[in-house]
Write a protein that binds this ligand. Structure first.
Ligand code: GLN
Length: 446
């Protein structure tokens, strides 16, 4: 069914970089046989799923939408992919993204521009644009994305689907090609909150292969979908509904709050005073980490290698000059500069301190409230090409999602209305390792 739908719409949506049809059909056949036996079946038995192309899949091309990995076939599966196999899902293929997850529109892919299924002239968001568009277009039931500064929630919002960035450490990053290791998290993109809870359930948990994965019990997320939010205390940061947020977006959040009030919750306005520094802090820290993580792409160990180098140093330089796209180079340069001696204290160290202040803002609010609610993005999906000339306008799109990564807390985006036919997203942010409450609140809208 998935491939049938893909053959109908993929020409327009362009969500996939690689399809794995032969293997998927083979898996489906084995499952079909099992279906008629009494053998126990996985939680997500037979469900078709797409995987973002920065998550490694054994023998299945993994490019991170970069030329530098154009021929990279990993020799192992990421932990999340292993877990999906255990849950008996069927991997349909690998999904388009911004190169190395740097971007907010999928326009930074070296291969293709994924389109928003709601309006093909608009972007699906990014960097997990392929993951969100494929679910919205009905090509797969579920997908996995990664979120370093909004890359699951922003495309979920633009495409009208549900996207969860779990608490940092909830899901193993083993096999996720690193962008900014202290911020990266893998998470589920689905049509419904219930599906999302099932998918997170199957990928979460401690992993000895990732020392930052947390030794925290994984609760039964699905059981928390009780529909009961009586007495819930909601905080609404004034910084999230202020300048730059369009009127329809603001109104959709206020309408959602009314629904929650009618179900017995209360809300109050609060302040996250350091929000205004979040963008600068994020781009400094994430670029610094990226400059170190991307040093491994040198033309020797993986992927693309330039053809015309005589000396080793030229091999490195030319491979990287030819293999990386503009945005990736911009971040590597910014990060290398911020980490260089003489500037380290003024930029990197300062940004680390501001990160702590931002984290403290959240802690302070969570002392008194159960969840924080606001929009996911200041506007609905923009037109393809509209923001490509000015990286700063593109970066500003992440202003409401980035603080969540800096604080390490979980956040979800769920559909909450439309602006001129384009979907809008509601962001629900929770305490560390309290995805349960987020799901409970999100489920109240279904
Ligand atoms: N748009 C942000 C960036 O370009 C977010 C990326 C992400 O979450 N992977 O860095």
């Amino acid at each position: 069914e998935s491939y049938k739908r893909i053959s109908e719409v993929e020409d327009q949506v362009q969500a996939f970089l690689t399809l794995d049809e032969e293997k998927a059909r083979e898996t489906a056949r084995t499952m079909d046989e099992k279906l008629h036996t009494d053998e126990s079946k996985g939680l997500l038995f037979g469900m078709p799923i797409g995987v973002k192309d920065n998550i490694v899949t054994k023998g299945l091309r993994t490019t991170c939408a970069s030329k530098i990995l154009h021929n990279f076939d990993p020799i192992y599966d990421a932990t999340v992919v292993n877990k999906l196999h255990d849950a008996e899902t069927i991997t349909i293929g690998k999904l388009n993204m911004d190169e190395f997850a740097m971007g907010s529109s999928n326009e930074n892919s070296a291969y293709k521009k994924t389109r928003n299924p709601w309006d093909l002239d608009r972007v699906p968001g990014g960097s997990s644009g392929g993951s969100a568009a494929s679910v919205a277009a009905g090509e797969v039931l579920f997908s996995l994305g990664s979120d370093t500064g909004g890359s699951i929630r922003q495309p979920a919002s633009f495409c009208g689907v549900v996207g969860m960035k779990p608490t940092y450490g909830r899901v193993s990053r083993f096999g996720l090609v690193a962008f900014a290791s202290s911020l990266d998290q893998i998470g589920p993109i689905t049509r419904t909150v219930e599906d999302n809870a099932y998918l997170l359930q199957s990928i979460a948990g401690l992993d000895s292969m990732d020392s930052t994965s947390a030794n925290v019990t994984v609760p039964n997320f699905v059981e928390s979908l009780t529909g009961d939010i009586k007495g819930l205390k909601i905080a609404v940061p004034k910084e999230y509904l202020g300048e730059g947020v369009n009127e329809e977006v603001r109104q959709s959040v206020l309408d959602a709050l009314k629904v929650l009030e009618s179900l017995g919750a209360t809300w109050e306005e609060v302040s996250l005073p350091h929000s205004k520094y979040a963008l600068a802090t994020y781009y400094l820290l994430s670029s610094s980490e990226a400059s170190a993580n991307l040093a491994r792409f040198d033309g020797v160990r993986y992927g693309y290698r330039t053809e015309n180098a005589e000396r080793l140093i030229d091999l490195y330089k030319k491979t990287r000059a030819e293999g990386f796209g503009d945005e990736v180079k911009r971040r590597i340069m910014l990060g290398t500069f911020a980490l260089s001696s003489g500037y380290y204290d003024a930029y990197y160290k300062k940004a680390q301190k501001v990160r702590t202040l931002i984290k403290n803002d959240f802690e302070h609010v969570f002392n008194k409230y159960d969840v924080i609610i606001g929009p996911t993005t200041p506007t609905p999906a923009f037109k393809i090409g509209e923001n490509t000339k000015d990286p700063l306008t593109m970066y500003a799109n992440d202003i409401l999602t980035i603080p969540v990564n800096l604080a390490g807390v979980p956040g979800i985006s769920i559909p909450c209305g439309f602006d001129k036919g384009l979907p809008l997203g509601l962001q629900i942010i929770g305490k560390h390792f309290d995805e349960q409450t987020i799901y409970r609140v999100a489920h109240a809208f279904e």
